[in-house]
Design a protein around this ligand. Structure first.
Ligand code: BDR
Ligand code: CA
Length: 310
């Protein structure tokens, strides 16, 4: 089993990513879920992670992390995810509690003590991951890959920048310059997996409480994307990371150099993806640029079906 730490800011699509990783179709071993300030304040993201944990009956630690980005002020996305960060479905208040300690130390300890290499799966701003790499650089050799959602060749928060990278571009810079192999699901890939009405109908037919929860998430998320971006459904961005870990062949990649913009007046938080190799820099990223959509939604359906009959 591949060992993973899910570092997230749930978040509709973050929740879906957790559901994929925890399903019977997955052979991932989740060492823990760590939370970070992003879509909403970190405390709210933690409550949402605990609610998802309870819904799934998942027995893994949830550890809270950074409450703000490294350098600049927080930025939140309530217009996409609602006041709670996971508006739409109503889940009971969590029964389980977060684990004491800080996400950064949890990540460091888990990576250090693991006999096999650990894969980090960030689906929010990269603050916790950057802090862990700076505090304990020796963990780098025991990290298999960082499989992240962020960036792209266009933006959704500014014309040039995607939300996760924009919120903490300084942290993203640390991560991309760390030397740890990166697998990147930016908007180029995630906007290929939009939960359209057709997709929503397929999921609505699946009869179990986890699929019902996902349906409700997708309705809210889809309405927000329609309202803000005029899109016919929400891209389930973060889910690409764990779908990839279950079935890498779903995606096509280019091995490229990616640099993070931290100075530009109009481009702060952009990911400079060197698709044509013009910089001559050694590639640091496997950049997802295509998705087998049919296979993706088929597997997604199977994953949700696997929650039935428990
Ligand atoms: C990213 O931003 C958040 O709103 C989503 O959860 C995803 O991680 C998409 O830009
Ligand atoms: Ca997220």
């Amino acid at each position: 089993a591949r060992k993973v730490i899910l570092d997230c800011d749930p978040g509709h699509d973050d929740a879906i990513s957790i559901i994929i990783a925890a399903s019977k179709r997955s052979s991932l071993e989740i060492l823990g879920i760590t939370t970070v300030a992003g879509n909403v304040e970190v405390e709210k993201n933690t409550v949402n992670a605990l609610k998802v944990k309870d819904l799934l009956g998942l027995d893994v630690p949830v550890v809270q992390g950074a409450s703000r980005p490294l350098v600049k002020d927080s930025e939140i996305a309530t217009e996409i995810h609602g006041e709670s960060g996971m508006d739409g479905p109503v889940l009971p208040e969590p029964v389980s509690r977060k684990t004491d300690g800080h996400a950064v130390d949890f990540i460091i300890d888990q990576v250090k003590q693991s006999e096999e290499k650990v894969t980090l799966v960030p689906t929010g701003p990269l603050t916790n991951i950057a802090m862990a790499l700076v505090k304990a650089p020796e963990i780098k050799r025991n990290i298999e890959e960082i499989v992240l959602m962020g960036g792209g060749t266009f933006g959704n928060w500014t014309p040039a920048a995607e939300f996760n990278i924009y919120v903490d571009a300084e942290a993203a810079k640390v991560v991309y310059e760390s030397g740890v192999p990166i697998v990147m699901f930016g908007l180029d890939a995630t906007h290929e997996v939009i939960a359209t009405e057709d997709v929503q109908k397929r999921i609505a037919k699946i009869d179990n409480n986890v699929a019902d929860f996902v349906s409700e998430l997708l309705v809210f998320f889809g309405d927000m994307y329609q309202e803000h971006f005029g899109m016919a459904g929400g891209p389930i961005h973060d889910a690409c990371t764990t779908m990839y870990l279950l079935k890498p062949e779903l995606f096509g990649f280019k091995h490229v150099h990616v640099a993070i913009e931290t100075k530009g007046e109009f481009t702060y938080g952009a990911t400079a993806v060197d698709l044509l190799g013009v910089t001559g820099r050694i590639p640091n990223t496997r950049f997802a640029h295509e998705v087998d959509q049919e296979a993706f939604w088929n597997l997604f359906e199977e994953i949700l079906e696997s929650y039935g009959g428990v």
